[in-house]
Ligand binder design. Structure first.
Ligand SMILES: [Fe+2]
Ligand SMILES: [Fe+2]
Length: 273
């Protein structure tokens, strides 16, 4: 940090990798317009073209988004992290690869229809440094949530898993509460797996794969209604849904604090304090 260019966008990406314990930038994160001498930062979960103009209007040196812009057309490759998590939990690799196939196809379809140039072209024309940091912060959030529930025994009910998640301020202080999406508060948890930090939630297929391989409760940060109903009807295991913003903030807020400790003036918005 420091040097003749002050704090750079590359330094900030390195700090994110450092806090997550990663050594290379994941495919769902990127520096879209680089910059030097960064002092004031606008940091939000969702950034589109109007939010870049907002950053310009209030005179920041950099806008950081959490969610990736459509410019990151290789985004579906981040689902490999789901394979790593599943294999780590004892699921055979061929089963894990099969489970990510439907979501990989869905997201590939989405990127084929997306305007991958739109948001980044606005940042370029505004001449405004712009980056997004996704997986490193979700990985940090996964580690913190996994640590929070690590002491839960298989016989403990889901309400104890929720109480453990509520030891994290970002979850405790949120206006939405963790939800028992599948199961009930007094269902025994069994083995608990926090499934986060892999691009997006695992939907029906990945939860199903965990349930078939000894996991009793999957913790997601969000889950679509059709997948939730399907898992509810099959009743093979439990799902706790933390809530999208609180779940993301578990990894984001410690990083905002780190940037502030390192001297940046960080203005939070779009979910970030
Ligand atoms: Fe996230
Ligand atoms: Fe998110």
């Amino acid at each position: 940090m420091g040097g003749i260019h002050g704090v750079t966008t590359e330094d900030i990406m390195d700090w994110a990798l450092e806090i997550a314990g990663q050594d290379t930038m994941p495919i769902d994160s990127g520096i879209h317009v680089r910059g030097d001498n960064i002092r004031r930062v606008l940091f939000g979960i969702d950034v589109a073209a109007p939010e870049l103009q907002l950053g310009k209007d209030i005179g920041v040196d950099l806008v950081i988004a959490h969610h990736p812009p459509d410019a990151l057309v290789n985004f579906p490759k981040i689902f490999e992290r789901h394979v790593d998590l599943m294999v780590g939990a004892g699921i055979p690799e061929d089963r894990a690869r099969g489970a990510i196939e439907p979501m990989t196809e869905r997201w590939q379809d989405r990127f084929h229809s997306a305007n991958y140039d739109h948001v980044v072209s606005v940042a370029r024309l505004l001449n405004l440094p712009y980056m997004n940091i996704h997986n490193p912060l979700d990985e940090l959030g996964r580690q913190r949530m996994a640590a929070a529930v690590a002491g839960i025994k298989a016989s403990q009910p889901l309400q104890d898993v929720i109480a453990a998640l509520n030891t994290l301020d970002e979850i405790k202080n949120a206006p939405i509460e963790p939800q028992v999406a599948v199961g009930s508060f007094d269902s025994p948890a069994g083995r608990v797996m926090v499934v986060h930090g892999a691009g997006t939630n695992g939907g029906y297929e990945i939860a199903r794969e965990y349930f078939d391989h000894g996991i009793g409760t999957v913790v997601y940060i969000h889950l679509a209604t059709d997948a939730r109903l399907k898992l509810h009807n099959e009743a093979r295991g439990n799902v706790i849904v933390v809530g999208h913003l609180p779940g993301d903030l578990v990894g984001i807020e410690p990083f905002a604090a780190l940037m502030r400790r390192r001297g940046l003036d960080v203005i939070g918005f779009s979910g970030i304090a």
